[in-house]
Design a protein around this ligand. Sequence first.
Ligand SMILES: *Cc1c(COP(=O)(O)O)cnc(C)c1O
Length: 365
Amino acid sequence: MIPLLDLKRQYASLDKEINEALVRVAASGNYVLGPEVKAFEEEFARYVGVKHAVGVGNGTDALRMALKALDVGPGDEVITVPFTFVATAEAIAELGARPVFVDINPKTFNMEPDLVEKAITPRTKGILPVHLYGQVADTDTLGRICEDHGLFMLEDAAQAAGSARNGRKAGSIGTSAIFSFYPTKNLSAIGDGGMITTNDSEMAERLRYLRVHGSARKYEHSELGYNSRLDEIQAAVLRVRLPHLDTWNARRREIASIYNAELAGLVETPFVEPGCEHTYHQYTIIADRRDELSAFLKERGIGSAIHYPLPLHLQPAFAYLGYKPGDFPVSESMAKRVISLPVFPELSDQEVLEVARAIKEFYSR
Ligand SMILES: *Cc1c(COP(=O)(O)O)cnc(C)c1O
């Protein structure tokens, strides 16, 4: 059995340090917005290369609060992609704004900048590109478009902790960025957690209010906010794990290079853009007879997953936006053809070769 992801192995690799952190917080009596969160925010901001990092309850709340702090509300439009996890567009819609979708690039799976300019209207407030699977979107071109049109860029870096483009880390490129520490992400908590990064000090200050009901001073509320903080326990665990993130991401790249060599010619292996440091949150290939391959791997006890089987513009929850099949052909085609393979850092070379062997066997039948 080779699972898609084995969180027990991740825990076991640093169990003593994590146990120590859990006990330290439990014994401290300081459970909400205490010293662990403050220290982790500073350490994470330094790692990403930004002035401010604000810890919140999860990646979805990070999106909501970042958009709110960027003054997104009813009547506004935010441009994003339909080929992502639902949270990206959900957060826009929840604030009463309209998610405006543009299609992805068929090689990188990321927002296609050429399509963005055509989607801009007088109501457009900003763009929300996703660094899908751990590769940073074309933020060079997107950044120029934002400058030309006075738009914000909010990076959805939930899948891109440690990724970089032309030497700039994901989370330090846009007006602001969000991260998720959900247990399956490259930098993971042992529960929910999220972070918002920005170099804008006013925005950071507003975010620190928004996560405590819009309250700068106790029982005084300048605006309505949320109740969404990064937990002290999660922050303590994340402080143990952050120093290992680069090593883990390097191991993910090593696993990817084994797959690339083994699977060349059989499937379309991931395309890495020049200047991009991919961190393979997912190792996702484009495969013929994808559903048959998925069933074949399952039979062999090998985990895989489809990220994502139904693009957001075709989801019932977004039917009110009025999109129809055929509107985003690249996203629709990829939804039928992609499959993600096991790529977590604790996999052995032997396991990776076994997955590759099964795929070779499938295509030789
Ligand atoms: C995981 C994820 C989120 C949401 O993060 P949560 O912590 O699960 O709320 C948002 N966007 C993308 C692209 C994600 O992968």
